[in-house]
Design a protein around this ligand. Structure first.
Ligand SMILES: Nc1ncnc2c1ncn2[C@@H]1O[C@H](COP(=O)(O)OP(=O)(O)OP(=O)(O)O)[C@@H](O)[C@H]1O
Ligand SMILES: [Mg+2]
Length: 273
């Protein structure tokens, strides 16, 4: 079982669509996939047609995390969508986050996910655009982080905050887990015809190599079909199988499944700044 945080505190960089489509691609390859929606916006649950809004608290994944008291069993309410299993979020996650901060149990999500044993090959967590308690819990519980980022100035500048959050999470997990493996930076919504995108792709590559010391994964190209798939509440591969963005997602899935762990990126401890 591998838990992957799809994280960037910057908003609108493509975290949720990447989680949906990468999750679907992994299950298409025969993997057993759990997707966890960690965002009060509930976008992932909505993009998968799970109608998260108006659901009772008991059906919200983070509510079960809040109430989890080991050694009692962790029994989240989970839904099925497109061959995957999903932990739903909606705006009641805001209250869950306050309760989690109040409980002050720094590894509650990690403890909860450990009870799932090897029920899943991959757990992908769609992080919120924030650096608050739920995001930190995810970074503490995850084995690996994938960092989607747009090839534009604002998103590029925000990478130093991502680096700092990884550092903070590594401090918190020190007694429980090895440092977070940085699986890679993924340039998103990329249009190679735009000079500014090509420029920031190079800048991001340098930062990945020299700052985060992690691979730059293949860019996910810009296509209106991605947004249309969300509006249709389907994974892109089902909505538009011929869309070239599917090949980009396949390449990222390949980097996760076809990886020779011996030659995979080294686990690094990121230092501040
Ligand atoms: N490859 C792509 N091509 C075109 N548009 C895209 C692509 N990926 C994402 N988008 C669009 O960009 C917007 C933001 O995407 P998404 O919701 O996945 O980002 P996010 O990082 O999860 O946002 P938030 O920080 O609010 O959670 C959406 O309108 C989405 O349809
Ligand atoms: Mg999102």
């Amino acid at each position: 079982m591998k838990t992957i945080a799809i994280f960037n505190q910057a908003g609108g960089v493509g975290k949720t669509t990447l989680t949906r489509d990468l999750g679907f691609e992994l299950q298409h390859r025969g993997k057993n996939v759990l997707l966890i929606d960690a965002d009060a916006q509930g976008s992932l649950s909505d993009f998968l047609d799970l109608e998260p809004f108006g659901r009772p608290q008991g059906e919200i994944f983070w509510n079960t995390v809040c109430e989890f008291e080991p050694p009692a069993p962790f029994t989240p309410f989970l839904e099925a969508a497109f061959g995957m299993t999903v932990g739903i979020a909606n705006f009641s996650v805001i209250e869950c986050e306050q309760r989690l901060s109040f409980r002050n149990i720094s590894t509650i999500l990690l403890d909860a996910l450990e009870t799932l044993g090897n029920s899943f090959d991959f757990i992908l967590v769609d992080c919120p655009p924030s650096v608050h308690e739920i995001a930190v819990q995810v970074l503490v519980a995850a084995d690996e982080i994938l960092i989607p980022v747009q090839t534009e100035q604002k998103a590029f500048m925000g990478l130093t905050i991502v680096q700092n959050e990884i550092y903070k999470a590594n401090q918190r997990r020190r007694r429980f887990k090895p440092p977070l493996r940085i699986g890679g930076v993924i340039p998103t919504i990329y249009n190679e015809n735009r000079r500014v995108h090509r420029f920031y792709l190079e800048e991001i590559q340098k930062f990945a190599q020299d700052g985060l010391r992690c691979p730059l994964l293949p860019p996910v190209r810009d296509s209106i079909a991605v947004t249309e798939a969300s509006n249709a509440r389907k994974p892109l591969k089902l909505y538009k199988p011929g869309c070239p963005v599917n090949q980009d997602i396949e390449a990222i899935a390949e980097s996760l499944t076809g990886r020779d762990e011996k030659n995979s990126p080294v686990e690094v401890t990121v230092t501040h700044g």
